[in-house]
Design a protein around this ligand. Structure first.
Ligand SMILES: [Cu+2]
Length: 384
């Protein structure tokens, strides 16, 4: 009895645990709503079909029940109904199938037909344009977001705002959200047509948010478009939905939808942060070891950890460990040379700034128990 009560309690508590609900989570985008509606439409057709079939079956079972040994009707197939039922029933079933498929297809068409023009453009088709783009880039194993239209001009070059979104460890994640929480969430405005440009820098990933209604593959070398207008403020969580290696399960997606005003404020604060960072990186200031270590970890986790592993222990036989490596512990010049120019399958990193390079090299020389000299931006400059 107690077990039954617990089971009932569990079943009834589904509203407080969305994951355990009996239906899909409530969609928050237009396209998500349409997908949800197709699903419900199909569900109701299935329910009606179930009721009709069961009613006929029960009726027939009771009405035509006969005793054991009764000889069945031998002429049913010769009657008009017996003859045509075999045609009519499949035609009806197929008709219903096409009815469902038609609705599903028109929803898919709408989803695939991502707008190509910016609404700000004077000749844009007002009914079918986007307000902004967000580039969604899959990495092993984190997500990067870029706002191509929002950023700062610095030294004659445009720098878009970027958000690096990494999973939080169990002890840092918010209550009940282990593997579903990240350090930096993607902030988007509601009631805004956003075109998402999905791609990857390494292997296949897929960007999937159940409440948005769709998932889209991230394929290296390709850009796939999706688009959505979120209608509700809130925090929405998703996951990478394409097996992408060891930490596939550690690629949560967290989107925070806010009002347009709040989004503007957020963009302004990100711009200020970005500008400060750019100024820092281009000043001739003397970087302390601590500053280099903090910056170096960021660069390392972004650019190098995919091959050398976040813990510096390398991956398999192909990618050497840096923890305890003679190069990371040896002469700074040799270390700088390998990172700048690459070696065999390791690409060179000349395109990174002096500050980023000195930071990542300092980090490699002093993280994970390594203990070697600090490399300053000026050292990189003279080695180039
Ligand atoms: Cu992935």
């Amino acid at each position: 009895m107690k077990k039954l009560a617990t089971l009932l309690g569990l079943l009834l508590s589904f509203s407080s645990h969305a994951e355990y609900g009996l239906n899909f989570p409530d969609p928050v985008t237009d396209i998500g709503q349409e997908i949800y509606d197709v699903h419900m439409f199909t569900m109701w057709i299935a329910t009606v079909a179930l009721i009709i079939v069961f009613a006929i079956m029960l009726f027939a079972l009771i009405k035509f029940r006969k005793s054991k040994g009764y000889k069945a009707d031998q002429n049913f197939h010769k009657t008009w109904f017996g003859n045509w039922a075999w045609v009519l029933v499949p035609v009806m079933v197929l008709g219903v199938d096409f009815w469902i498929a038609g609705r599903a297809q028109s929803t898919l068409d709408k989803f695939w037909d991502a707008p190509k023009q910016n609404c700000a453009h004077e000749n844009a088709d007002a009914k079918h344009c986007f307000d902004m783009n967000i580039k969604v880039i899959g990495h092993q194993w984190w997500w990067e977001y870029e706002f191509p239209e929002h950023g700062v001009d610095f030294n004659g070059k445009f720098y878009p705002i970027k958000v690096e979104s990494r999973p939080l460890e169990e002890e840092d994640a918010s209550e009940g959200n282990y593997l579903r929480d990240v350090d930096n969430v993607l902030v988007i405005p509601v009631d805004t047509v956003i075109r998402y440009l999905n791609t990857s820098v390494d292997v296949l990933h897929a960007w999937w948010l159940p409440e948005f209604g769709f998932k889209r593959d991230a394929i290296p070398g390709y850009i796939l478009e999706t688009w959505a207008t979120v209608r509700k403020e809130g925090i929405f969580r998703g996951q990478c939905a394409e097996l992408c290696g060891t930490w596939h399960a550690k690629m949560p997606i967290v989107v925070k939808a806010v009002s347009k005003d709040e989004f503007k404020q957020w963009i302004e604060s990100e711009k200020a942060k970005l500008l400060a960072e750019l100024k820092d990186a281009n000043s001739n200031k003397d970087w302390s070891k601590d500053e280099l270590m903090v910056k170096g970890k960021k660069v390392y986790d972004t650019m190098c950890a995919g091959c050398h592993n976040v813990n510096g222990q390398g991956l398999g036989v192909a990618f050497p460990a840096l923890k305890g490596s003679p190069i990371a512990l040896g002469s700074a010049n040799q270390h700088i040379d390998i990172v700048l120019n690459g070696k065999k399958t390791m690409p060179g990193w000349k395109h990174l700034s002096d500050v980023d390079l000195s930071a990542v090299i300092t980090y490699e020389r002093n993280a994970w128990g390594n203990n070697a000299s600090v490399v300053k931006p000026a050292d990189i400059k003279s080695a180039r």
